[in-house]
Design a binder for this molecule. Structure first.
Ligand code: ADE
Length: 224
């Protein structure tokens, strides 16, 4: 998978891809992430990429020209499956969306800033608008990292134990059951006996019941 990320602050996104699982995914050639400094496509004197909104109002708007030039150039190099704008007014990111994106080959993520981007960019190029939650960040960069992480970890070969992505919270509309490791007792706090029983059928039933209980308690909205 290749992800091209367009931003005025690409340096903000470097470290998440330079550690641990994402780093290994890059080294193994399973994912490529390329950053594009939007100002490189500005034709303005001061590499300007934003301007005042027509009709007035507070805040600046990201101009169409640099974004259109950048995306158009990328489009001459390969076909993109989705061109995604990270924005608080987009569709809220879910595991289902991450799953769907993980089977694509080429993605563009566009990070917004200020009041947002000229509507004509959305009309012309954007195929999907994604929000990572109902709150406003200073820009789309951290959201782009969150989305890239959620998608890249699903690529075959990225996780050591491939099963583990399948048993994540949300993968089957259930949160995860409680988990434990050694020691079996710590300061009087005991691991549930069932998990020490060695009876895999009973353990599986218990885990499912617990997952159901926790989901009903915390997130009844995600239950089928
Ligand atoms: N940009 C600013 N806030 C955002 C959010 N919540 N999700 C995605 N992009 C954003």
């Amino acid at each position: 998978m290749r992800i091209d990320i367009i931003s005025v602050l690409p340096e903000l996104m470097e470290s998440p891809f330079q550690a641990s699982i994402l780093k290994r995914a890059m080294q193994k050639g399973l994912a490529e992430v390329h950053f594009h400094q939007l100002r490189d496509w500005s034709t303005g004197k001061h590499r300007q990429i934003d301007d005042e909104p027509y009709g007035g109002g507070a805040g600046m708007v990201m101009m169409i020209e640099p974004i259109d030039k950048c995306i158009s150039e990328l489009k001459t190099q390969r076909n993109y499956d989705e061109i995604i704008y990270l924005t608080p007014d987009g569709e809220t990111l879910t595991q289902k969306i991450a799953n769907m994106l993980s089977i694509k080959n080429n993605l563009i993520f566009l990070c917004g800033h200020y009041k947002g981007i000229d509507q004509r960019v959305r009309d012309l190029h954007i195929t999907k608008e994604i929000s990572i939650g109902d709150y406003v960040l200073t820009g789309g960069e951290l959201a782009a990292c969150v989305l890239a992480d959620a998608v890249i970890r699903l690529l075959p070969g990225v996780l050591n134990d491939e099963q583990s992505a399948l048993t994540d919270s949300f993968q089957d509309n259930l949160l995860s059951p409680p988990i434990y490791t050694r020691p079996s007792e710590y300061k009087g706090l005991k691991v549930p006996d069932i998990l020490l029983s060695g009876n895999s059928k009973k353990i599986e039933d218990w885990q499912h019941e617990e997952a159901l209980r926790i989901t009903i308690e915390r997130r009844p909205d995600i239950l089928d």
